[in-house]
Design a protein around this ligand. Structure first.
Ligand code: BF8
Ligand code: SF4
Length: 621
């Protein structure tokens, strides 16, 4: 494959070229070596859930139509899909658990590096959860809130407290369907139980548990992660920054934070400003310390501090290939194990920090709350001391970098609107804004890097759809210059006028992937204000280049919340007619929304526009 077919991004193309010249392997090379990919796997009809197997169903109807236990393609596909949701929900929710545990330790004075940054949000959460705050210290309130939130994980019955934010009609629907999430951990465990041999063997029944588990992520784990991180690190407010590989510095020590938990990256950002380390950097011949993010932990520090971002998921290897990275510091999720071998080809130190996640060839620097800042300082020190090892002949930093405006938490959006969603609702009613598009998710080598993201979003704003974004889509949009107020020039006339009046970009960066919960909160606020369900809103979602199991869980809760969602890569379900037709159609009759699959971003935009127009019509707009 030609380099220009791998990525639309110039900086990435240059690094792919450098990789080729230096004989360095990337995800794209490994993808080519995987081709043709296993068609049983692609269709989802391979089962390894017991040791009588592996079993596979012949998609042409000639060979075996049942596994040894008698499981059909429908059962196998549904079970595999449920396990993906369980893994995705587990990733988000286990991240949330660690955030709450840190919050709890902070309240007990055992995590001295962390503080309460957003008192107002703490107090408003306390009142929402019925925790009295009068006459109590903030730490006491935080401790009580932490206890309450921790119980959400182990709860056996009732329903998750965040679902208080859901419009009543939707909550009632979930109750009728029996898919109200009970406890966060319970739903995930139940998925594993149900998919064990000989338990749940009805595709529809299995998929309903998938919806419930997704909901325990979106309206549970992810939402709790967002809330607690805002209290600990501050609720994002609009600010400017820069993105793409060009943010790496030729004369400063470059430290990359990659992964997902701001518990780590926040401390690294702070440590990079430590006078002692800055002095050391100077002694080593560097003009300073530059922290840049990759993936969602990058989004977290970008949203709260304006720390630059070096790239999306598929740019993690390319960042190392610049030869200018002193340390690649990682925690959990979306970190390629290939970084171990790759960093060995350069001077880059690969530092793993999570007690849960190790990788080949890392320096282990386990991160614990009780001495978070000290560990962060040690990590940054390793990077600084590594600066003299940079090999000038191996360094090429592409000049491409792009400015962006970020920090659009639900709170920030409401305050940009003057305190209530009404001006946005009026703009939608009046037709200046045709609807809202939520575009999120990963990169995937099966789609030209950033091609799906950028073209889908451009098409939406051109058609007056206000776009909200998170995760790698947000980074891709930033790289394409779409996160600037000036980008409203690319928008249709109605949206352009609204953006100009408010001074906002046509594409609003709402945060990391757990922050899709912010989109849910915003959608609920609008629906409640209109007195309708979320499924009645002129809104649609998309994940043009998704790849992770987290994205499957997200899809499950977004659709169950009533939002039509277009996927740009094909999930492994086509081996079952029943599962495919339920996901892409039948769900409409169950939760009032469904999935569609459309790899062509312009056609995907058309599907979203069609849906938005239908909803406008139904609302009489
Ligand atoms: O949680 S969008 S590639 S980085 S999974 Fe991963 Fe996908 Fe990026 Fe963030 Ni989300
Ligand atoms: Fe085969 Fe059934 Fe075992 Fe799966 S659970 S491997 S289909 S026997």
């Amino acid at each position: 494959t030609e380099i220009y077919e791998k990525s639309i991004d110039l900086a990435s193309q240059k690094m792919l070229q450098k990789a080729e010249e230096e004989g360095i392997e990337t995800a794209w090379d490994r993808y080519e070596k995987q081709l043709p990919q296993c068609s049983f796997g692609q269709l989802g009809v391979c089962c390894r859930n017991c040791n009588m197997g592996p079993c596979r169903i012949d998609p042409f109807g000639e060979g075996a139509q049942k596994g040894i236990c008698g499981a059909t393609a429908d059962i196998i596909v549904a079970r595999n899909f449920l396990r993906m949701i369980a893994a995705g929900a587990a990733a988000h929710s286990d991240h949330a658990r660690d955030a709450v545990l840190t919050f709890k330790k902070m309240s007990e004075g055992e995590a001295g590096s962390y503080r309460i940054k957003d008192e107002a949000k703490l107090l408003s959460l306390a009142s929402e959860y019925g925790i009295p705050s009068e006459g109590k210290s903030l730490e006491e309130v935080a401790g009580k809130l932490a206890d309450t939130l921790l119980q959400e994980f182990g709860k056996q019955d009732g329903h998750l407290q965040c679902t208080r934010r859901v419009p009543e009609s939707r909550l009632k629907l979930w109750a009728e369907l029996g898919i109200e999430p009970r406890g966060i951990d319970r739903e995930i465990v139940e998925c594993m139980h149900r998919t064990h041999i000989g338990v749940d063997n009805d595709a529809v029944h299995i998929l309903l548990q998938g919806l419930r588990t997704g909901l325990s992520d979106g309206w549970g784990g992810s939402m709790i992660a967002t809330d607690v991180q805002d209290v600990l690190f501050g609720t994002p407010q609009p600010r400017r920054s820069t993105v793409n590989l060009g943010v790496l510095s030729s004369d400063k020590v470059n430290v990359i934070v990659h992964g997902h938990e701001p518990i780590l990256s926040e401390m690294i950002v702070e440590a990079a400003e430590d006078p002692e380390l800055l002095k050391l950097a100077e002694e080593k011949g560097a003009s300073g310390i530059n922290v840049a993010g990759i993936c969602c932990t990058g989004n977290e520090t970008l949203m709260r501090h304006g720390t630059p971002i070096a790239g999306t998921f598929l740019q993690q290897e390319l960042a190392v290939i610049t030869g200018a990275v002193e340390a690649m510091v990682v925690d959990v999720q979306c970190v390629m194990p290939s970084l171990g071998e790759l960093t060995g080809c350069y001077h880059t130190k690969f530092i793993s920090t999570s007690p849960k996640a190790d990788f080949p060839n890392t320096v282990r620097m386990e991160f614990h709350e009780n001495r978070a800042y000290e560990t962060a300082k040690e990590i940054v020190k390793i990077a600084v001391e590594n600066f003299p090892n940079r090999v000038p002949e191996k360094v090429t930093i592409p000049e491409e970098k792009q400015e962006c405006m970020v920090g659009f938490s639900a709170e920030a959006i409401l305050s940009a609107l003057g305190g209530s969603p009404d001006p946005l609702i009026e703009a939608i009613k009046g037709g200046a804004v045709r609807g809202i598009g939520a575009v999120v998710g990963c990169n995937n080598v099966k789609i030209k890097h950033n091609y799906g993201h950028v073209n889908l979003v451009k098409e939406l704003i051109k058609n007056n759809v206000l776009v909200v974004t998170t995760g790698c889509n947000a980074i891709a949009c930033a790289e394409a210059g779409l996160l600037l107020p000036e980008a409203s020039e690319m928008a249709g006339d109605g949206l352009k006028a609204v953006c100009k009046a408010l001074g906002i970009p046509p594409v609003l960066h709402m945060g990391s992937c757990v922050d899709i919960s912010r989109i849910l909160v915003l959608a609920s606020a609008i629906a409640n204000r209109l007195g309708v369900d979320i499924s009645d809103l002129p809104a649609a979602g998309a994940a043009p280049e998704w790849m992770s199991e987290k994205a499957v869980s997200i899809g499950a809760y977004v659709v169950s919340s009533g939002v039509f969602t277009v996927l740009g890569t094909i999930p492994a379900v086509l081996g079952s007619q029943a599962v495919t037709s339920l996901l892409t159609g039948g769900l409409n009759g169950v939760v009032g929304a469904s999935f569609a699959v459309e790899p062509d971003p312009l056609k995907a935009a058309d599907l979203m526009l069609e849906h938005i127009d239908e909803k406008r019509k139904a609302l009489g707009l």
